[in-house]
Design a protein around this ligand. Structure first.
Ligand code: URP
Ligand code: ZN
Ligand code: ZN
Length: 485
């Protein structure tokens, strides 16, 4: 009897710190051995010419979620995780989204029940806080964090869900005390409202004006404010979806000064520009997300920031809305840009787009692709069994054919939106077999997973979540006079 259920033979194993040729043996749900000439398995796959990569970890996806505008988005856990699997992603972190007036514990139970029913890949939740009541801060969040929900999400813009600075500081303290990472959508709310009002008053309401309504400075100002608050509390912060060169530079400065900031960007900021919003009629709505896409120079700056390590992950920020009255056009077919739902679908396309640019296109290469899309997010978010091909890890393995070409089109999307903003774009390199904990969930492009077969992942306190250990002088001053804060 073989010790291994499956041996994937002669592939090139992708790893963040040096890819190599090896066999990969799987026993049950776990990677049992990685090496050359491994003994036979009960099943064998010949992978010569293929890449054996860890399943992707997408740490920023809005799934079956109620948006800032009160809309339930276009995906169920079933449709979103099917899309993830088809694109080579085997772990997602989505949101348990508390809106004002709701209890965090009840919200979490609701999202957990939905995921249990539908998820086909493994999953975790960011605790999205919009109503940080004393009960939420003192009881519900600490209990959820202790149970293994080790990240919190805050918005500093969007009318109905934004937190003010004082509330954000409260969240940082809760995260610091209980061992969690605060993630933030950081833009200056006043600047966005002011710009939007002036644009609308002047009659500039087409989708193309969405870009102008989110000034670049709104991002920079908010990043710098977040860095200052992170330093005051000495609590690390993950800055979501960096879109500008100046934003990336602000993060680099703060990190250089010892502030424990982490940051991500998304394919829409690496592959699209503000020109994508500039389409006839309402077509720009297909491309509307926040922050908006910027300029070619920003794309170059973001690639550079990824290379330098200022940004550590690339997530999809999958935020799916259909191009109809249930989604993008819930405010009417000719709504002002202010009333068009923000967000793009991208769970399925994230990895192929990045593979095409980073590996096939001769960019930063396979090691960096694996690091940014799987290994780094697993490490940052406290998922020790995910993100790498190594003995003891979950057997989340995607076999990639580096030469397989694929053209994105609205007709071949798996998620619930019915469209992709990447329609017409050709990529080289696609996953051809995806295993989740050893079980094939995509084979030859066909989905094999059962709804509800994905598992919730309780998370650990990761090194990224720990305070830097350099308390701010302001906090130290208070302590000098005997105050405990
Ligand atoms: O436009 C976007 N990204 N919508 C989703 C919500 C968010 O901002 O993360
Ligand atoms: Zn956001
Ligand atoms: Zn988002």
């Amino acid at each position: 009897l073989s010790a291994y259920d499956l041996v994937i033979r002669n592939g090139r194993v992708g790893a963040a710190h040096g890819s190599f040729d090896a066999d990969v043996a799987i026993a049950g749900e776990t990677i049992a051995a990685v090496g050359r000439g491994l003994p036979p398995g009960a099943r064998e796959i010949e992978a010569r010419g293929l890449l054996v990569l860890p399943g992707g970890v997408d740490a920023h996806c809005h799934i079956e979620q109620v948006s800032a505008g009160g809309l339930l988005n276009a995906d169920t856990f079933e449709t979103a995780t099917a899309a993830a699997a088809k694109g080579g992603t085997t772990t997602v972190i989505s949101f348990a989204a508390q809106h004002v007036g709701l209890r965090m514990d009840e919200v979490l139970a609701d999202y957990a029940a939905r995921a249990r029913r539908g998820a086909m890949v493994d999953y975790a939740f960011h605790l999205m806080v919009s109503d940080p009541t004393p009960e939420c801060l003192g009881e519900h969040l600490p209990a959820a964090i202790r149970a293994g929900h080790r990240s919190i999400k805050a918005f500093l813009t969007y009318d109905r869900i934004k937190l003010d600075d004082e509330q954000f500081l409260d969240l940082l303290l809760v995260a610091r005390e209980h061992g969690a990472l605060v993630c933030v959508h950081a833009e200056n709310h006043g600047m966005i409202r002011w710009m939007s009002r002036r644009l609308v008053e002047a009659g500039h309401v087409a989708p193309r004006f969405h870009g102008a309504s989110h000034p670049r400075l709104a991002e920079v100002e908010a990043f710098e404010r977040v860095a200052a608050m992170s330093a005051l509390v000495d609590a690390p912060v993950m800055i979501f979806h960096v879109s500008t060169a100046e934003g990336a530079a602000a993060i680099r400065r703060a990190r250089g000064a010892g502030v424990k900031l982490l940051a991500e960007t998304c394919p829409q900021y690496l592959f699209m520009s503000v020109d994508d919003l500039d389409r006839p009629g309402m077509e720009g709505a297909r491309f509307m997300c926040s922050p908006p896409q910027r300029e070619a120079a920003d794309q170059a700056a973001l690639w550079r920031a990824l290379e330098l390590g200022d940004l550590q992950t690339v997530t999809s920020d999958h935020a799916p809305y259909r191009l109809d009255e249930t989604g993008k056009f819930s405010g009417g077919p000719n709504a002002s840009f202010k009333d068009i739902a923000n967000g793009l679908p991208g769970l399925e396309q994230r990895l192929p787009l990045l593979f095409d640019a980073m590996v096939s296109g001769g960019g930063p290469g396979l090691d960096a692709f694996v690091a940014l899309t799987a290994t780094n997010p697993a490490a940052i978010y406290g998922l020790p069994t995910k993100g790498a091909i190594a003995p003891g890890k979950d057997a989340d393995v995607a076999l990639w054919d580096p030469g397989k070409r694929h053209v994105f089109s609205d007709a071949n999307v798996t998620d619930g939106t019915g469209y992709t903003p990447y329609a017409g774009r050709e990529v080289t390199g696609m996953p051809v077999l995806v295993l989740r904990r050893g079980e094939p969930i995509v084979e030859g492009g066909d989905l094999r997973a059962a709804p509800g077969s994905g598992r919730w992942l309780p998370r650990e306190v990761s090194p990224a979540m720990r305070p830097s250990g350099r308390p701010s002088p302001d906090m130290a001053l208070a302590a000098r006079f005997g105050a405990t804060l």
